[in-house]
Design a protein around this ligand. Structure first.
Ligand code: SAH
Ligand code: SF4
Length: 395
C-alpha cells in the first residue's frame, strides 16, 4: 500500500520538475513515506528523518517531505521535533498532495510535456481499489490514520489497470480489506472478472483480503478466471477463537480453517499474518495458533510481536512479558519454516505456471519462487514441470 502511495506522490512530483533517484547525494528532495502499523516502523522512519538533518544542511535548497501513516498520527509534532521536515503530509491527505505542494511555495509546477517514462519492463503493477478500513480490530491503528473504508469507482480502477497493463504483466489490486470492495453494488468479484478481461493482463493478485468478506461468489469468479493467481495472503492473526474475539476479527478459528479447505480444493496456496503475544493470549491460546498453523499448511507467514498502538483498545490491556513473547515468536517462526518447506516440496512433479521476473527466476501462480538455468524472456509466462525443490525454491 505504501509503495503504491509513494508512486502516486512521485507522479505528482514529476509535475513539479522532479525526477526519481535512489542516490541520496544527488537528490534535491527526499520523500519519506511512513508506516505506523507497529511502533518499530514509526521509530525507523523518525530516526531516518533525524539523520537527514545533516544531509539537508550540506547543500542549500534541499527539501524533505514526511508523508504517510506516521505523519498522520503525529501531525504537527513532527515539525516541532524535526524542523528539517519542510512538509508533513498525512495518509488521509494523499488526495490533496498536489495542492499541498503548490500551497507550500517551496514548489513550482513546471510545464513539462515529457514526464519521465518508465522504460524498463516491470512485473507487478499496483492499483489501489479502496482506501481506509472500517474494521475495528482492537490492536490496529490503520482505521485511525487512514480513515473509513471507501471504494474507488470501478471506471477509475479499470482505467488504471489498463494503463498499468501496458508495462506490467501482473496486476496487484490493493486495499486494507481489499475484498470488502463495493462501489454502489459493484462488488470485488465483479471487479476481478473485469480486470481479467483486459487482454494484456496475464495474472491478477490482490492484497489484503479479510476472511470475513470471502463469499461464495469469490470461489465462482476464481474458477471462471485462470488469470487470478492461486495464492491468497489471508491474515489469520490468531488460531484461538477467544483471542480472535478479543481482537474483534469477526471469525472463529473453525471458520478460518473452513475457508482454507475451500481454497485448497481450488489448488490455492495460502500465506498469512500472525500476531504473537496479544495481551490476552495464554499459553493455551498460543498452542491453538500453532495447531491451526499446522492444519492450514501455510506457504509463508509474517509473524509480528504485538505492538501497543496508543488510542487502540488493545493498548489499554497490560502486556505480557517480552520474554514469553520472544519465546513464542521463535517457536512459531520454526513452525512456519517447516510449513513453507512442505509447501515447496508438495509442488514437485506438478506443472506450474511461471511468470518470469528475471531471465532465470519467477513466481508460480501460488506465489512460490522458481529458478532455472535455461534463460527465458522477462515478463513471459511458461508452463513448467517442477523437478525438484530444496524447500526454499522450485527447480
Ligand atoms: N488489513 C489487513 C492487514 C493490515 S496490517 C488485514 O486486516 O488483514 C498488516 C499486519 O500487521 C496485520 O495483518 C497484523 O498482523 C499486523 N499488525 C497490525 N497491527 C499490529 C499491532 N498493533 N501489533 C503487531 N502487529 C500488528
Ligand atoms: Fe487493521 Fe486490517 Fe483490522 Fe483494518 S482489517 S483494522 S487494517 S488489521
Amino acid at each position: 500500500m505504501n509503495e503504491a502511495d509513494s508512486e502516486e506522490m512521485l507522479l505528482h512530483l514529476f509535475g513539479f520538475g522532479y525526477q526519481k533517484t535512489e542516490v541520496l547525494s544527488e537528490a534535491d528532495l527526499v520523500l519519506i513515506n511512513t508506516c505506523t502499523i507497529r511502533d518499530h516502523a514509526e521509530h525507523r522512519a523518525l530516526s531516518y528523518l533525524g539523520r537527514l538533518a545533516k544531509w539537508k544542511a550540506e547543500k542549500q535548497g534541499r527539501k524533505i517531505i514526511f508523508a504517510g501513516c506516521a505523519a498522520e498520527r503525529l501531525g504537527k509534532k513532527v515539525q516541532k521535533r524535526f524542523p528539517q521536515a519542510d512538509i508533513v503530509c498525512g495518509a488521509k491527505s494523499l488526495d490533496k498532495f498536489p495542492e499541498i505542494l503548490e500551497r507550500s511555495s517551496l514548489f513550482k509546477p513546471v510545464n513539462t510535456t515529457e514526464n519521465p517514462k518508465e522504460n524498463t519492463k516491470k512485473i507487478t503493477g499496483q492499483v489501489s481499489i479502496m482506501r481506509g478500513c472500517s474494521c475495528k480490530c482492537a490492536y490496529c491503528i490503520v482505521p485511525y490514520v487512514r480513515g473509513e473504508a471507501s471504494s474507488i469507482p470501478p471506471e477509475i480502477v479499470l482505467e488504471n489497470c489498463r494503463n498499468k497493463a501496458q508495462n506490467y504483466p501482473e496486476i496487484m489490486l490493493l486495499g486494507q480489506t481489499v475484498n470488502a470492495y463495493n462501489y454502489k453494488g459493484f462488488t470485488f468479484s465483479k471487479l476481478l472478472a473485469e480486470v481479467c478481461k483486459i487482454p494484456e493482463v496475464k495474472r491478477v493478485r490482490f492484497l489484503s483480503p479479510h476472511p470475513v468478506f470471502i463469499k461464495e461468489d469469490f470461489y465462482k469468479v476464481v474458477q471462471d478466471n485462470p488469470k487470478i493467481a492461486r495464492h491468497l495472503h489471508l491474515p489469520l492473526q490468531s488460531g484461538s477463537t477467544k483471542v480472535l474475539k478479543d481482537m474483534k476479527r469477526l471469525y472463529t478459528a473453525e471458520e478460518y480453517l473452513q475457508i482454507i479447505k475451500n481454497l485448497k480444493r481450488l489448488d490455492f496456496l495460502i500465506s498469512t499474518d500472525i500476531i504473537v503475544g496479544y495481551p490476552t493470549e495464554t499459553e493455551e491460546d498460543f498452542k491453538r495458533t500453532l495447531n491451526l498453523v499446522k492444519k492450514c499448511g501455510f506457504s509463508f507467514a509474517y509473524c509480528f510481536k504485538f505492538s501497543p498502538r496508543a488510542g487502540t483498545p488493545a493498548a489499554e490491556i497490560p502486556e505480557i512479558s517480552q520474554e514469553i513473547v520472544e519465546n513464542r515468536l521463535n517457536i512459531l517462526l520454526n513452525e512456519i519454516r517447516e510449513c513453507s518447506a512442505v509447501a515447496y516440496k508438495s509442488r514437485i512433479g506438478k506443472t506450474e505456471e511461471i511468470l518470469f521476473e528475471t531471465k532465470n527466476s519467477g513466481r508460480t501462480s501460488g506465489n512460490l519462487w522458481y529458478r532455472t538455468t535455461t534463460p527465458k524472456a522477462i515478463g513471459s509466462i511458461e508452463q513448467i514441470l517442477i523437478k525438484d525443490s530444496n524447500g526454499k525454491i522450485l527447480r
